[in-house]
Design a binder for this molecule. Structure first.
Ligand code: TRP
Length: 335
């Protein structure tokens, strides 16, 4: 059987946090043994809403690459590369742009939410509007079957499937491959403030690179059940991020079940649960921090790894581009 192909990535606009880990990094680490995996630093996509700050993106390419290596994405098994250096991608985008209507783009729920959040109003950059199609170029250029990403990316994968179907139907070909999203069991990690999503812009994130002190401070200040005022009060476990984090990161499930039962009965203080969560998270992050520090000793080696990955990615995607152009009948040099 043919190995499945994975293409996935992140916009390098900041360091990665626990939400990224739960949402997609864990799956990437797990799947790299059985699949051919490409992981992309989506710097070109990051520029669609950060055109004024390429310096930020450059710095974060390095930081996110370190995060990848620290969690165990292994460049011997996974090709890690830089999006803007893959020249087939904007070319594919150019052709795919003609297959999706402007009206359809305006109704992409993730794009709509982001336009709101960024306060663009009518002044949304054109590049930003079309980034879902650019993402379809990313995925199809590698003929990826699987895309492990967070659930906010569902509309992107749907839009990619539309591009694939439209292209294959229009040009009577099977060149492009329909991808499937790989969602994690824990759909979405809430922020330390209890908001539905952990995110850099909401300033409610625990970073993979947080120091033990930073982590302790964040856990101590975490939102819990606001109705749990006195020690003997029964507390709520649902929607209580302290317990959501325990579910996601604690290995001793029995102990978590006990804590939950006790909390719901009453008589268990938040500080005790938080103390345990802090232990759990320190244990989880310790080896990640250590590996990060080790890799950070040699930045040049990180860049070399990225350049090597980029070479591989260019080869794969040029091949797809040639097939795409042939399918469209615009491979003029091959007369
Ligand atoms: N949109 C993703 C994010 O915001 C990054 C991304 C760009 C991506 N192209 C992709 C993810 C292709 C998966 C597949 O983080």
């Amino acid at each position: 059987m043919m190995k499945k192909i994975i293409l996935t990535g992140d916009r390098p606009t900041g360091k990665l946090h626990l939400g990224h880990y739960v949402g997609s990094l864990a799956a990437r680490v797990r799947l790299q043994d059985e699949c051919t995996q490409y992981v992309m630093l989506a710097d070109a996509q990051a520029l669609t809403d950060h055109a004024d700050n390429p310096g930020l993106i450059r710095e974060n390419i390095y930081q996110v690459a370190l995060d990848y290596l620290a969690v165990g994405i292994d460049p011997k098994k996974t090709t890690i590369f830089i999006q803007s250096m893959i020249t087939a991608l904007p070319e594919l985008l150019m052709y795919y742009l003609n297959l999706i209507t402007w009206n359809r783009l305006k109704h992409n729920p993730t794009v709509k939410a982001e336009i709101q959040q960024k306060g663009y109003g009518e002044e949304v950059p054109a590049g930003f509007m079309v980034y879902p199609i650019s993402q379809a170029a990313d995925i199809t250029a590698f003929k990826a079957n699987l895309v492990p990403v967070g659930d906010d990316q569902i509309p992107m994968i749907e839009q990619c499937v539309e591009v694939v179907r439209k292209f294959n139907r229009l040009y009577k070909t099977e060149v492009l491959v329909e991808p499937q999203i790989v969602l994690s069991a824990v759909a979405r990690l809430p922020g330390i403030d209890g908001k539905a999503k952990m995110s850099k812009s909401l300033q409610n994130a625990i970073y993979l690179s947080d120091t033990p002190d930073e982590l302790a401070k964040k856990v101590k200040g975490m939102y819990t059940d606001p109705g749990h005022l006195k020690l003997e009060d029964p507390g709520k476990v649902e929607g209580n991020p302290v317990f959501t984090y325990l579910d996601a990161f604690a290995t001793d499930k029995e102990k978590v079940a006990e804590l939950k039962a006790h909390y719901q009965r009453g008589g268990l203080g938040d500080s005790v649960v938080k103390k345990y969560l802090l232990e759990v998270l320190q244990t989880f992050l310790d080896p990640i921090r250590a590996r990060r520090a080790e890799f950070a000793k040699d930045p040049e080696q990180i860049w070399q790894m990225l350049f090597k990955g980029t070479e591989v990615a260019n080869e794969v995607t040029q091949k797809t581009l040639a097939e795409v152009k042939a399918a469209m009948g615009i491979d003029y040099l091959r007369r």
